[in-house]
Design a protein around this ligand. Structure first.
Ligand code: AMP
Ligand code: MG
Length: 527
C-alpha cells in the first residue's frame, strides 16, 4: 500500500495549452489561457472525515492518518513534486442565460496520476481556497455539501451511473460563513475539502468560453486534445471528425439522462458549466433523490419558480445544453452544421431507446414499445405521481410482491399502500387494478419465468440509494464530530442492488419529519 506521495504525478494534458502563470491575486477575467496556475490555500487543522476504500484501491493507496503527507495533500497544505495546481477557465449558460466567464472558483486540479492499470486520472480539490475565478466568493466549501458530493458520487458509481469519483473528504478546522437560504441569516459552518477524481473535469463551458470570446486557436487546440486523449474510438481519418465526436457526446449525454431517470436522481443545476464533455455526472450541488415519485420535483430552491431542472425535464435540458455546445463547436467547423443538427435531431430518439430499454427492465419485461405499451408507460407515470409512490421501494416490491395470479383475482398486491405517501383512494384503487391487469397480460405474453423477471428487475432497481434524509443524518453527526456515519452509509451504498440483513433502516420510506426539513427536501446552491 502506498501514499499519494508515491504516485507518479504529471500534468501532461494542461501543458498542451497556454496557461495564465501570473499568479496575480484577486478575481479577474482571464483570456488567452486554458486556466490559471494557483496554489491551494493551506488550512488550520485538517482531519479525515471520509475515505473511499473502493476507489483508493485502484491506486493501491492506504487510508492516510492525520499526520501523513497524504492528508496534507488532500487538505491543500502540501503540493507534491510533479503536480501543477491549476484552476480552469470556463463559461456557461446558467438557468438559460449566458453568464460569461465562470471557471473553477473553488476547485483546483492538482495534476494527474496513473492508477495501477496505467489509466490517468485528474485529481481535484474542491474548497481549497480562492482562484482567479472565485468572483465575490471565498473559494471554500462547507462540510455538509462536501459530504453530499463525496457520498453521492461514490454511490452513483456503484449504481452503475457514469460519474466523477471521490477519494476523500477532509474537514479543514476552519469556519466558513454561509447564508443557507439566502434569507439574511448567514452563519458559520465547518469547512471541508473533497478530493474528486475523474479522467477529466472538462465541461461544455470550457468550449463555450473560447467560442464566445472568439479564441479560435485555443478552441481548436482544446477540441483536438480532447478528441485525441479522451475519445480514442474516433478515427483520425474522418473528414468530419468533430461531427462524429459530437454524435458520441450526444449519445453519452442521452445515456446519462436515461440513467438519472432510472435511479431517480435529480441533478438540480444542469447549467452548461455543470455538463461533462465525457457524459459523466459532475458537480454535485443541490441534487436530490426522488422519494415520492414526482416528475416536477426539483431539490434546488433557486430553481423553484420555473422548475427548469426538475426530474422530468432533465432529458430536454440535456438536449438544450447540447444545442449550446453545438453552437460553440460550429464556430470552428461551420461546414459541418448539417451533421451536428442530425445528431441533435436524433437525441430524442436515442434517449427514448435508452429509456424504453431501462423502463422495460425496471418492469421485468424483455421490451417495451412506445405505441403498443403506451398505456403501461404513461399510466404508470401518472399513478406513481398521484399515489406519491416511493420510487425505489415501488420497483423493488414489484419484483417480489406481485404475481400474475394476484392480477387475475383483480386484487392489488399487498405491498402497494405501504410504498405510498398518499392514501389509496377508490379512484386510484380502480386505476391501479386496471394497470396491474395490463401489466400481467404483458408478462404472460412474454412467458418469462418469475425467477428471470426477479433477477432482471433487481439488477436495475436499486434498494439502497443516498436518500436525502439519510445523507443529512450522516452530515448532522459529522457536524458534531462523529464521522462514523459517513463511511457506514457509503458501505451500504457500495452494493445498492443486493439486500443485506440489518440494513432495514437504509431502505425505508422517508420519515415524516424529513418531508420538508431543509437538507432533506430542499437545498440551495449555497455550499
Ligand atoms: P456551481 O453552480 O456550484 O456549479 O457554481 C457556479 C460557479 O460559481 C462556478 O464557477 C463555481 O466555481 C463558482 N463558485 C461556487 N461556489 C463558490 C465559492 N464558494 N467560491 C468561489 N467560487 C464559487
Ligand atoms: Mg459547477
Amino acid at each position: 500500500m502506498s501514499d499519494l506521495e508515491t504516485l507518479s504525478w504529471g500534468h501532461g494534458f494542461f501543458d498542451r495549452f497556454p496557461l495564465d502563470e501570473s499568479r496575480a491575486p484577486g478575481s479577474r477575467q482571464v483570456s488567452g489561457a486554458f486556466g490559471s496556475l494557483v496554489d491551494p490555500t493551506p488550512v488550520a487543522r485538517p482531519s479525515l472525515v471520509g475515505w473511499s476504500q473502493s476507489f483508493s484501491k485502484h491506486f493501491g493507496l492506504s487510508r492516510p492518518d492525520d499526520a501523513s503527507v497524504g492528508l496534507r495533500v488532500l487538505a491543500g497544505n502540501q503540493v507534491l513534486p510533479g503536480m501543477k495546481p491549476l484552476a480552469a477557465c470556463y463559461g456557461g449558460h446558467q438557468f438559460g442565460h449566458w453568464a460569461g466567464q465562470l471557471g473553477d472558483g473553488r476547485a483546483i486540479s492538482l495534476g494527474e496520476a496513473p492508477d495501477l492499470k496505467g489509466n490517468l486520472w485528474e485529481f481535484q480539490l474542491k474548497g481549497a481556497g480562492p482562484t482567479p475565478y472565485s468572483r465575490r466568493a471565498d473559494g471554500r466549501a462547507v462540510l455538509r455539501s462536501s459530504i453530499r458530493e463525496f457520498i453521492c458520487s461514490e454511490a452513483m458509481f456503484h449504481l452503475g451511473v457514469p460519474t466523477t469519483r471521490a477519494l476523500s473528504v477532509v474537514s479543514t478546522g476552519e469556519p466558513v460563513v454561509r447564508d443557507m437560504f439566502y434569507d439574511g441569516h448567514p452563519k458559520e459552518e465547518p469547512g471541508a475539502i473533497v478530493c474528486r477524481v475523474s479522467p477529466s473535469f472538462l465541461r461544455f463551458g470550457n468550449f463555450q468560453i473560447f467560442a464566445a470570446r472568439g479564441e479560435t486557436q485555443l478552441l481548436r487546440t482544446l477540441v483536438d486534445e480532447t478528441m485525441n486523449r479522451f475519445f480514442p474510438e474516433l478515427s483520425t481519418e474522418s473528414p468530419a471528425r468533430e461531427a462524429e465526436w459530437f454524435r458520441i457526446i450526444c449519445e453519452r449525454t442521452a445515456v446519462l439522462m436515461g440513467e438519472w431517470m432510472r435511479v431517480g436522481f435529480v441533478h438540480g443545476v444542469m447549467n452548461t458549466d455543470n455538463m461533462s464533455i465525457l457524459g459523466l455526472t459532475i458537480d454535485y450541488g443541490p441534487y436530490g433523490w426522488l422519494d415520492d415519485y414526482d416528475p416536477s420535483w426539483t431539490p434546488n430552491t433557486t430553481d423553484l419558480p420555473g422548475r427548469r431542472y426538475c426530474y422530468g425535464r432533465q432529458p430536454a435540458i440535456g438536449l438544450w445544453n447540447l444545442t449550446r455546445l453545438a453552437e460553440a463547436l460550429l464556430t470552428l467547423v461551420p461546414e459541418q452544421k448539417d451533421l451536428f443538427e442530425e445528431s441533435l435531431a436524433s437525441f430524442q430518439g436515442v434517449f427514448q431507446k435508452v429509456f424504453l430499454r431501462s423502463q422495460a427492465q425496471k418492469l421485468g419485461l424483455k421490451e417495451l414499445d412506445l405505441e403498443r405499451d403506451e398505456f403501461l408507460i404513461v399510466e404508470l407515470d401518472r399513478l406513481l405521481t398521484e399515489s406519491q409512490a416511493d420510487m425505489t421501494l415501488f420497483y423493488r416490491e414489484l419484483a417480489t410482491g406481485f404475481s400474475i395470479e394476484t392480477a387475475e383475482r383483480s386484487a392489488l398486491p399487498d405491498f402497494l399502500p405501504e410504498v405510498f405517501y398518499a392514501g389509496l383512494t377508490a379512484d386510484l384503487t380502480a386505476a391501479w387494478t386496471r394497470w396491474f391487469q395490463v401489466y400481467a397480460d404483458r408478462l404472460r405474453s412474454e412467458g418469462q419465468s418469475p425467477e428471470n423477471r426477479l433477477e432482471m428487475m433487481n439488477a436495475v432497481n436499486p434498494l439502497y440509494v443516498p436518500r436525502n434524509y439519510l445523507v443529512q443524518e450522516a452530515i448532522e453527526s459529522a457536524e458534531v464530530g462523529d464521522f462514523s456515519k459517513v463511511e457506514e452509509l457509503l458501505a451500504v451504498l457500495e452494493s445498492p442492488y443486493v439486500f443485506r440483513e440489518n440494513r432495514e433502516s437504509y431502505a425505508k420510506k422517508r420519515p415524516d419529519w424529513a418531508r420538508s426539513k431543509p437538507g432533506c427536501s430542499t437545498l440551495s446552491c449555497s455550499s
